[in-house]
Design a binder for this molecule. Sequence first.
Ligand SMILES: C[C@H](CNC(=O)c1ccc(S(N)(=O)=O)cc1)Cn1ccc2ccccc21
Ligand SMILES: [Zn+2]
Length: 248
Amino acid sequence: MGASTSRHRQCRPRQSPINIYTKKVRYDSSLKPLYIYYDPKSSQRLVNVGHCFNVEFEDTNDKSVVSDGPLVGYYRLRQCHFHWGASDKDGSEHVIDGLEYPAELHIVHWNAQKYPTFDEALEHPDGVAVIGVLLKIGETNPLIQSIIDSLDQVKEKNKECPFTQFDLSSLLPNDRNYWTYQGSLTTTPYLECVTWIIFQEAIPIDSDQLQHFRSLHCTSEAEDPAFILENHRAIQPIEARVVRSSFK
Ligand SMILES: C[C@H](CNC(=O)c1ccc(S(N)(=O)=O)cc1)Cn1ccc2ccccc21
Ligand SMILES: [Zn+2]
């Protein structure tokens, strides 16, 4: 292996997010429909984690899970969060045929069938499953409004508030066609432990709702305020990967 190729050989071959180039996607008839069940009683709190806010769920039982699809076994729901841009022209992490969406919802699950904890699951290539839902500018989204109505209680970094009875399944698109590929966390430490499942259908959010996300502080109460204007990672090289689709 020459010096130059070793320098360029990716030691991080499965990074996320990526551009999904639909002409190169391979339809896989062996991919099953997803089984998704989210119990509203699992939702616990809203937390400002500095670079975004998480809706956190109870993950000490199997009340809220995803299974089937490309997955082996079941994955427990842990948290969901959004990525957005400084304006409505970009903000999603995954890009479809070069088209950036204004935001993206990530629903994070971990392989509780194989691993004892989330932190352990992070260390394995089949440890985590993230469902990605693209957002497009459209009518006001009442589910997202229920989160926005609580955001002023978590304005600063590390603040949290109770957030219960959240019906996350109502945020999912009606059409369950999806793309799937092996990737990573999109924030540091970019661990390569994620099976990504991206729905083809986008869900609506209105521009004012998106503006509320940008008013969150990435700073704590003790610091001079700065805003989370954007928090989406640049697309990464696809390397030797192929994106599969559940649909033709
Ligand atoms: C990563 C972990 C915190 N990050 C995440 O949980 C996470 C989840 C989903 C995404 S995304 N945007 O891809 O859906 C990104 C980050 C902290 N943590 C816990 C154990 C642990 C061990 C070493 C380093 C960090 C560690
Ligand atoms: Zn994310």
